[in-house]
Ligand binder design. Structure first.
Ligand code: SER
Length: 879
């Protein structure tokens, strides 16, 4: 049975038992689920249904979900069963059937669908846990007995094995797992399921979801007991295809073969390192293709880091077995051939996947070359200085700053007979992990949100949002409450847009129909299909059931709408100009501006920026109608609508299109202008980088755009006046002014040296000619040059003492010819004495010394002191 057949058999089995088939959700969890970095189980995307926060499309669901588990990365290749990226088949009941049917379905499909012998199936059941306050799952035991599983093949297992939770918090419950007994060829008589052995292979996990795990560690019952099951497709393929390793199943053989072909090595021929490398390459290239197709780009944070690690591990392994770069895209092609039918996004995003793979491989290869050179230096130094080996700091720096893998450092050092401080390196890594954990504390605000959620759900039916059609709504207050000093309210109907999809919430007021009370809207919080308001009372007191007028601040809403539609136009223009690898990576749409983050590897050139701006403004000028349509997700996709990665969409979606939709068509819940001309003008204000491989554009529209242009005009006019020219020749005039000033400065510097190099009064002290002068120079740096010129005119022996006043400072210089030095005139000593007079210090060599002080007006005294010092030095010398 091929992997495709397994998938289809499972899904159609449950479909024919009234389950709705759902497509796989993205590997990037939806915004509402910050508890995980990547989707690790089939139930993740369904969490809001289990928690009763959103209405499921059906009470019975089935899916094949792509999953990614990061704790296993280091295991990959060492074992025959670990994968980072795998498919999980599941059937789910949202408050519909429970344990009995879940067990019965699993039993039926195992026998009829997968052809297992009932005598080979063992099950495990939760044995209870004191800390959780739960006893053994007797109900499950009874169900399995009734199905016909003998008691001795029902094994009790502890919490660590048989209690499942979706993360630190969230829905959870005891589980029951199905195992296949592969017989004594694989193990011993007394092996048991749940133990560490090869005889019993777990293939299906049935979670009896009953509780919500709260942050404080307590369990509260879910709105309704539910079922979440997970069957690893790749493991089932291993069983069905009668092979001993996942890498020998149909999804992996082509990837292993590609590795053999590219490296000229043979898999499973006794070389452990080659086998490991080929497996890592097969697993990782699948994982990276899926991640990129879901919008992840390589970086040093979060998901981007997971991706980068996969890529780098794969590149290192490829090099190790002699595969020529650039090879990752070749793997991606085979991933598409094997998986593209089931996961069309791999094909749709092919160009994007190939682009990032090529980019990263090329740049990491440069990193490797550079790292090798640095490592060579470190090794050389270690050998030369007889150090014990490579220090932890150096190994860590190579790893952390230069991205050079530690195992490569180890390997290359070993080849050269040099050790590495591995312990020290591990300590540094641990320190870094601790730092990362400390800074990764998720943003607060979850508690406040939870409070709103509880408030809204206890206040009855979800609020009906009417803000697409109107900005003024006569309605009633469903509920008001004061909690922690905040006034919370829920309306029956609300024209207020709740923050979401990058667009900020509306502001506005609520006024009682009888005119006795009013309140300002300070926040509108989206809670699944529902919303809640945070208010600031203005007059009177709002009460439950009160008839009110809800009025949106129209000015802010209109400005926000201009920015939102402009964001769509910008997105489309960027893709047209830069390529379809451009994907939205975040956005802010408010009344003040728009900010758009998108995946792209390099800054935009001035031409790109201008092109994009022009393209958007051209669309504005065309005055194209902007329409929002409701359609099915499939229809929207077939029309090429852009969807956001990581966003969860229902079957029915809202699609916003500009004109005939050919230029821009996006799935979007935001509010927009009715036609593009309302935007007025679109102006990019900055283009920066927001993270690795993510660029950020900020722009403004409408009246604010005009205001910016006006401000620029004012500045320009002021500059023209200052430069005594016209606004359209400001640049030229400024250039001329700057050039003239530079020339003047140069002339001044030169002038100081050249113009006044005539020697003033020369005195003779003990046979040495001496000059003492105070000179104005533009810069004390001009003093040595000037001193040289004066000294040149005096002959030997001679000494020149110069003082130069400046703004709050005094500079001194003493220069002595060799003859003078021989006679006892030490420039350093003299300048020291003189500097003390101007409140400073300094020194230098015998022939030349400079000093500074802070009292320019004392310079004459300083020169006198210098003279006295020279006289003292020469007294008695017969020079
Ligand atoms: N959530 C459970 C698991 O991942 C069953 O789907 O094992």
């Amino acid at each position: 049975m091929t992997s495709d057949e397994i998938r289809e058999r499972y899904l159609s089995f449950f479909e024919s038992r009234d389950h709705k088939r759902l497509p796989s959700a993205s590997l990037v969890p939806a915004e509402h689920d910050p508890s995980v970095l990547l989707t690790t189980a089939g139930m993740h995307p369904l969490k809001p249904y289990f928690q009763g926060r959103e209405k499921p499309p059906h009470h019975r669901l089935t899916s094949c979900q792509k999953c990614f588990r990061t704790p296993d990365i280091d295991q990959i290749g060492l074992t025959t069963r670990h994968l980072t990226c795998f498919e999980m088949l599941g059937n789910f009941s949202i408050g519909d059937y429970f344990k009995a049917d879940a067990a019965r379905f699993a039993w039926e499909l195992s026998l009829e669908g997968f052809g297992f012998n009932p005598d080979d199936i063992w099950v495990t059941v939760f044995e209870g846990d004191e800390e959780l306050g739960l006893g053994p799952d007797q109900e499950a035991i009874d169900i399995w007995l009734e199905i016909g599983v003998p008691r001795e093949r029902i094994v009790l297992c502890p919490r660590s094995e048989n209690f499942w939770q979706a993360g630190p918090t969230g829905p959870c419950g005891p589980c029951s797992e199905l195992y296949l007994d592969r017989g004594l060829d694989f193990g011993k008589e007394d092996d048991l399921p749940g133990g560490d052995n090869e005889r019993f292979l777990e293939y299906w996990n049935l979670v009896f979801m009953q509780f919500e795990q709260n942050p404080v560690g307590t369990l509260t019952p879910l709105p309704a007991p539910s079922i979440d099951t997970g069957l690893g497709l790749n493991r089932m393929a291993l069983i069905q295809q009668g092979v001993t390793s996942i890498f020998e199943t149909d999804q992996f053989v082509p990837l292993i073969q590609l590795g053999e072909q590219l490296s000229g090595k043979t898999y499973d021929s006794g070389d452990v390192a080659v086998d490991r490398a080929l497996r890592i390459l097969a697993d990782h290239t699948r994982g990276m293709s899926f991640l990129i197709a879901d919008g992840v780009v390589p970086s040093n944070e979060d998901r981007g880091y997971v991706l980068r690690r996969l890529m780098r591990r794969a590149i290192v392994q490829g090099r190790r077995i002699g595969i020529e770069p650039v090879f990752l895209p070749k793997y991606a092609q085979v991933v598409r051939e094997t998986m593209g039918k089931a996961y069309p996004e791999l094909i749709e995003q092919a160009d994007t996947v190939d682009m990032w793979l090529t980019n990263e491989e090329e740049s990491f290869n440069r990193t490797l070359e550079q790292g090798m050179k640095m490592l060579e230096d470190v090794i050389e130094t270690a050998k030369r200085t007889g150090a014990e080996g490579i220090g932890a700091d150096e190994a860590f720096r190579l790893h952390d700053t230069y991205g050079f893998p530690f195992d490569l450092t180890l390997e290359l050092a070993a080849e050269r007979g040099v050790g590495v401080d591995e312990r020290g390196f591990e300590d540094l890594m641990e320190e870094q992990r601790t730092r990362a954990r400390a800074s990764a504390g998720r943003e607060g605000g979850e508690d406040a949100r939870e409070q709103l959620r509880v408030f809204a759900s206890s206040a009855g039916e979800p609020t009906k949002f009417t803000g697409y059609e109107t900005t003024e709504q006569a309605t009633a207050v469903a509920s008001v409450a004061v909690e922690d000093g905040r006034v919370l309210a829920k309306l029956v109907e609300s024209p207020f847009y709740a923050t979401g999809g990058g667009q900020v919430h509306d502001g506005g007021v609520i006024e009682c129909e009888d005119g006795n009370c009013s309140a300002k809207v300070v926040d509108v919080v989206r809670l699944g299909d529902d919303q809640a308001l945070v208010l600031e009372p203005l007059t009177g007191e709002l009460k439950d059931g009160e008839r009110v007028w809800a009025r949106v601040d129209r000015r802010a809403r209109r400005a926000t709408e201009c920015n939102h539609t402009a964001t769509h136009l910008l997105h489309a223009a960027l893709r047209e100009r830069l390529g379809t690898h451009v994907h939205q990576a975040g956005s802010y749409v408010g009344p003040d501006k728009l900010r758009f983050d998108f995946t792209h590897g390099s800054p935009l050139s001035a031409e790109d920026r201008a092109w994009v701006e022009d393209r958007v403004n051209a669309m504005v000028l065309e005055n194209q109608p902007v329409r929002a349509l409701t359609t099915t997700l499939d229809e929207a996709k077939s029309l090429g609508a852009m969807a956001l990665f990581g966003e969860k969409y229902g079957d029915v979606v809202r699609m916003v299109e500009v004109g005939d939709g050919g230029f821009s068509r996006e799935l979007c819940g935001g509010t927009h202008v009715r036609s593009t001309a309302e935007i007025g003008v679109f102006k990019i204000t900055q283009e920066t980088s927001s993270a690795a491989n993510v660029r950020r554009i900020e722009a403004i529209t409408g009246p604010l755009g005009v205001e910016l242009l006006r401000r620029h005009d004012r500045e320009l006019t002021a500059a023209a006046v200052a430069l005594r020219t016209q606004p359209d020749t400001v640049a030229e005039a400024a250039e001329t002014a700057v050039r003239k000033r530079r020339e003047a400065e140069k002339a001044l510097e030169k002038g100081a040296g050249a113009a006044d190099t005539s020697v003033g009064e020369v005195v003779e002290i003990g046979g040495v000619k001496a000059v003492f002068e105070i000179r104005e120079v533009p810069n004390p740096k001009a003093l040595p040059d000037l001193a040289d010129k004066l000294r040149g005119q005096l002959g030997d022996p001679a000494v020149v003492v110069l003082g130069a006043p400046g703004e709050g400072r005094a500079s001194l210089l003493v220069s002595a010819t060799p003859g003078a030095v021989a006679a006892g005139v030490k420039a350093g000593a003299i300048v020291k004495v003189a500097a003390a007079v101007v409140g400073g210090g300094g020194g230098g060599r015998d022939n030349m010394a400079q000093a500074g002080g802070k009292d320019p007006e004392k310079l004459p005294d300083a020169l006198a002191a210098a003279r006295a010092e020279i006289e003292r030095a020469l007294a008695g010398s017969g020079a």
